[in-house]
Design a protein around this ligand. Structure first.
Ligand SMILES: NC(=O)c1ccc[n+]([C@@H]2O[C@H](COP(=O)([O-])OP(=O)(O)OC[C@H]3O[C@@H](n4cnc5c(N)ncnc54)[C@H](OP(=O)(O)O)[C@@H]3O)[C@@H](O)[C@H]2O)c1
Length: 226
């Protein structure tokens, strides 16, 4: 069975991507910080016939991330697809969004740690085995503001744009290697309860595009606008 590892696996995109790949015969490694919440997702997937397992890690603690992905590779015999999409709680003061005029090295640093450094660390944990196999897929998710920034997300968008830039160049470098890298920018609110006037879509509506990227392997990026 091929395996997808989802870093930042929660009830929204994480679960929907797990279901999408699980329905195609993938085993699923779910990586996030909270074991209880992960176990709940593993049980839900299991009830739907998808084999999944939970691995705890914090993307801000890069050693824990590397260890979790190594454990997932051990458990499933390798990782064929890495998907990176942690989403911070809006209430987390350490990762609070600020507009560009309020950006500082400090409040940019925390976002860079979260998006760019976390994404790079996740990729570095799985790349050596993918290099050896001459095969693999690396998918990274950010918001639409990584492409078209909006003032209220000044520091978030800058860090997400840094991850996006690195992924697009990773795609360039890996072309012809058998390993495929791509970026997904989600330019809508996921689920219910978004800001008035802002477009929204369900995670289930968005998730098939990850399978399309994986299957077609011909784009460095998809921007989902609904
Ligand atoms: N939600 C939106 O409206 C929206 C809009 C545009 C783009 N996006 C992007 O879409 C992706 C998925 O978003 P989603 O809201 O659907 O998320 P989700 O898959 O429902 O959940 C993401 C999970 O990330 C985990 N997480 C948070 N901080 C972490 C950390 N430091 N280390 C490891 N895991 C961490 C959380 O679980 P734990 O608490 O267990 O760690 C959370 O449940 C993200 O890339 C996000 O940037 C979201």
């Amino acid at each position: 069975m091929p395996t997808i590892a989802i870093v930042g696996a929660g009830p929204g995109m994480g679960l929907a991507i797990a279901r999408t790949f699980g329905a195609q015969g993938f085993d699923v490694a779910l990586v996030a910080r909270n074991k209880e919440k992960l176990d709940g997702l593993v049980a839900r997937l299991g009830a739907e016939g998808v084999t999944a397992a939970a691995f705890t890690a914090d993307v801000l603690d890069r050693a824990s991330l590397t260890a979790a992905l190594a454990a997932a590779a051990d458990r499933f015999g390798g990782i064929d697809v890495l998907e990176y999409s942690p989403a911070p709680q809006v209430s987390d003061p350490a990762l609070a969004p600020v507009p560009p005029t309020a950006a500082s090295p400090e409040n940019l640093q925390s976002q860079i740690e979260y998006y760019l450094y976390g994404g790079v660390a996740a990729a570095q944990a799985v790349l050596p085995a993918m290099r050896e196999a001459g095969a693999g897929t690396l998918l990274f998710t950010t918001g639409g503001g990584s492409v078209n920034p909006i003032p209220m997300l000044g520091n978030v968008n800058a860090a997400a744009a840094a991850l996006r830039n690195w992924v697009l160049n990773l795609h360039n470098e890996l072309t012809g290697s058998g390993i495929y890298a791509a970026h997904v920018a989600i330019g809508v609110w996921i689920g219910e309860g978004g800001p008035a006037g802002f477009p929204s879509a369900s995670a289930e509506e968005i998730a098939p595009l990850y399978w399309d990227l994986y299957a077609k392997r011909d784009q460095a990026e998809t921007v989902f606008l609904g």
